[in-house]
Design a protein around this ligand. Structure first.
Ligand SMILES: [Ca+2]
Length: 496
């Protein structure tokens, strides 16, 4: 975007001209300047002063009054934690009420095939932050980290003059966010404890530990509002990584819960999981009747309601300071839902930690008024890898030349009708897998034992019918692609 200079043609200048002339008239009518003392020379001086006042007001910021409108668009990225594909209204047919998250879909784009790069927190966030498959630097499980030589999106924006902030969950080993030169301010979880307590969040503000007595979702919403207010006159980029609706703690081992959940699901029963509540005190009761015998689900839906309200506060704040049209917002979940926290992935198969769709296909929305289409559903596969190049292109910032994502804007504007990605790749743990590849409508999942499962997602979104036997050539083709991709990747955890 070009630099705005307020000249006489600028719509703001007429008001300023009026102010200048009022100043001029007031000067001439002032009691301190009796008419008999207002000589032609003084009149000329006051006239010049009046014009000078106007000129000063109509010059760019460096020469006159500060200009409230930033020249570059602002960037807000909202990350939810373990929010399932079926946990938002706009993807669940309204089963869960998320009117504020749905506002983003109404004003922008809803990706119905939006993928993260991993079905778990740390690696998924690393993929978004770097715009690269995190396997390239060995970040394969939650113990890994991002080596400092890999640029992060907030860091690239920071170098380009953006004021950058991070709120919420940080899940990468190595240097803390405030030590990476990417953020002007941070209020985030510690490396040693990515879990954030909902009721007494212990956080690091620019590296210094502070304990709060405020419901964490409300805390991050309040901090986001404050960040926007303080930085409304300059380009900013804010990442808000909510810890909702992720579990706080469960009272049974995850494996046991998952086995019980699978059994109950198979038998058509409801499973009530004992867990420490994550909703605001007493709010689960609002959903008790909707989810009888399932207090965990009632609690999680109330937790999602609070998350949705927080998103609404951020949108409202942007409108209040008149930045809603000059701000792009991306929202996604870092991975699919898990039985532990009773988030819902239906109609997708399986959960967090799995490479079936329920683990990696997530709620993913983007809005940028006047640039992205409004109320638009985009069904081709996209990735959170794409946020980095999309944002830098829209901000006029040069990205690193080795990104795995693509700029989505031409696709969203209908200027490019091809697929943004011919293939998207996924892998866990090590080179033995499991692995998965999404290629157009086809999906191949390879487990750690060498078994492979082929699905046509255009006809089988729930991945129930393995077509491997009837399509051996397709299996062969996708297996070869997966192996070639995997061969590029080192193994092990980096950044520790
Ligand atoms: Ca997560």
């Amino acid at each position: 975007m070009g630099k705005k200079v307020c000249l006489i043609t600028d719509k703001r200048c007429p008001q300023r001209m009026v102010i200048g002339w009022v100043f001029l008239i007031a000067l001439n009518l002032s009691p301190s300047l009796p008419k008999k003392r207002t000589t032609p020379i003084m009149y000329k001086h006051s006239l010049l002063l009046g014009f000078g006042f106007q000129l000063l007001y109509c010059l760019p910021p460096a020469f006159g009054a500060p200009q409230p409108s930033p020249e570059k668009p602002n960037v807000i990225v909202i990350i939810a934690d373990d929010l399932g594909y079926g946990d938002v209204g706009c993807l669940s047919g309204g089963k869960v009420k998320t009117p504020n998250i749905d506002r983003l879909a109404q004003s922008g784009v809803k990706f119905t095939s939006g993928y993260v790069t991993a079905p778990l927190c740390g690696p998924s966030r690393a993929g978004f932050l770097t715009g690269r498959y995190q396997q390239r630097f060995g970040f394969r499980n939650n113990r890994g980290g991002i080596p400092t030589e890999h640029p992060l999106l907030p860091g690239v924006l920071h170098e380009a003059g953006y004021y950058t902030g991070l709120l919420g969950k940080w899940h990468s080993s190595g240097p803390m966010p405030h030590e990476r030169g990417c953020f002007d301010e941070t209020l985030c979880s510690h490396i040693s404890g990515p879990f954030i307590d909902y009721y007494r969040p212990k956080l690091a503000r620019n590296g210094k530990t502070e304990v709060y007595h405020e419901y964490s979702t409300d805390l991050f919403a309040r901090e986001a509002e404050d960040f926007i207010e303080r930085n409304k006159n300059k380009p900013f980029a804010l990442t808000i990584a909510f810890n909702a609706p992720h579990i706080l703690r469960v009272e049974k081992p995850a494996e046991q819960i998952r086995a019980e959940w699978d059994k109950a699901n198979h038998e058509g029963k409801v499973l009530d999981i004992p867990k420490i509540p994550t909703a605001r005190s007493g709010e689960s009761q609002k959903y008790a009747a909707q989810y009888p015998g399932d207090s965990a689900r009632a609690d999680t839906v109330a937790t999602i309601e609070a998350l949705d309200q927080a998103v609404g506060r951020i949108i409202d704040k942007l409108q209040q300071v008149h930045l809603n049209k000059n701000t792009m917002i991306f929202l996604f979940a870092d991975n699919g839902g898990h039985p532990e926290n009773r988030s819902e992935n239906l109609p997708l198969r399986d959960y967090k930690w799995e490479l079936y769709e329920g683990g990696i296909r997530v709620p993913f929305l983007a809005t940028y008024p006047g640039v992205f289409p409004e109320g638009f559903t985009y069904a081709a596969p996209v990735s959170t890898l794409d946020i980095f190049p999309t944002v830098t292109a829209l901000c006029g910032v040069t990205p690193p030349d080795n990104l795995d994502g693509v700029n989505l804007t031409p696709y969203l504007k209908g200027q490019n009708n091809e697929l943004p990605h011919n293939e998207l790749y996924f892998s866990m743990h090590d080179k033995k897998g499991p692995h998965a590849i999404r290629a157009n409508n086809w999906k191949l999942v390879m487990d750690s034992n060498g078994g492979s499962y082929l699905f046509d997602l255009s006809k089988d979104l729930g991945e129930k019918n393995n077509l491997g036997t009837s399509h051996p050539t397709r299996v062969q083709e996708l297996t070869a692609k997966l192996k070639a991709w995997s061969a590029q990747m080192p193994i092990g955890d980096a950044g520790k």
